[in-house]
Design a protein around this ligand. Structure first.
Ligand SMILES: C[S@@+](CC[C@H](N)C(=O)[O-])C[C@H]1O[C@@H](n2cnc3c(N)ncnc32)[C@H](O)[C@@H]1O
Length: 233
């Protein structure tokens, strides 16, 4: 779909990408084939609820940041069959898998999913009605969380909505397990960041509209829907 290329911003040189990010990219590249199973076991319930809360309607221009292997992306296309759904992921294998599966399942839908970094979103400013991002912020260094939320703010149209899903920190036992996992494989698990989300969203110029907690087995998630307000970046 050549006309969708219009949305793409020129990319910066790879030498500017720090080493840690490179490790994250390599790990997610390696697990891309089996990642749908992890999504099914841990993320599916929150994904389903997040789509319902997001306010996404058919005909919108929607962006998903960090698509992983594309399970949420396909839900978004299903909710927006006559609109345009774009996505990106740091891992080229994840992005390619997302693109392949969505083209196979929804050949007539307007979709595009290149590789890209959420800290410098590869799409133009004020383009999107809705941005969705699930379980990415856990993997970003503290200083990049605000920068990334700022990027979501930049690419949204005025009054556009951000739907953010993060691992919730409201289960102490789970938090302890997560800390151990994070120490064993930091580039895969990252660490929980739920506690700073409200303040970070407000600092970036978002107005929080809705929040909800979802549990799938032991795995707790928090869904936040926020609107791009008049103030901010
Ligand atoms: C925990 S997985 C979540 C995948 C998917 N969003 C989901 O809900 O199942 C995190 C994803 O973020 C991607 N990622 C990590 N850092 C990124 C960055 N800076 N920009 C874009 N994607 C990134 C990884 O490649 C991986 O696919």
């Amino acid at each position: 779909m050549a006309d969708l290329e219009l949305f793409i911003r020129p990319r910066k040189a790879d030498s500017e990408v720090p080493f840690r990010l490179d490790r994250i990219r390599r790990i997610y590249d390696r697990v891309a084939l089996v990642y749908p199973l992890s999504t099914l076991l841990f993320h599916a319930a929150a994904h389903r609820r997040a789509v319902a809360l997001s306010g996404i309607r058919d005909g919108m221009l929607v962006l998903e940041a960090a698509t992983g292997s594309g399970e949420m992306f396909r839900r978004l296309v299903r909710a927006n069959p006559g609109g345009t759904t774009l996505g990106f992921d740091l891992s080229p294998n994840m992005a390619a898998r997302t693109q392949r599966r969505v083209r196979r399942e929804f050949p007539a839908a307007r979709t595009l999913c290149p590789a890209g970094d959420a800290r410098r979103i590869p799409f133009r400013s004020e383009s999107f009605d809705a941005v969705v991002c699930c379980y990415l912020l856990e993997l970003l260094p503290a200083e990049d969380i605000l920068a990334t939320l700022g990027e979501f703010h930049r690419v949204l149209r005025r009054h556009g909505r951000l739907t953010l899903v993060a691992i919730s920190q409201n289960r102490h036992g789970f938090n302890r397990i997560y800390r151990v996992l994070g120490r064993l494989a930091p580039s895969f698990w990252g660490r929980q960041v739920d506690g700073r989300l409200t303040a970070s969203l407000q600092a970036t110029g978002f107005l929080i509209l809705t929040e909800e907690y979802v549990r799938q087995g032991l795995y707790p998630s928090r869904i936040l829907v926020a609107e791009k307000g008049r103030h901010g970046h």
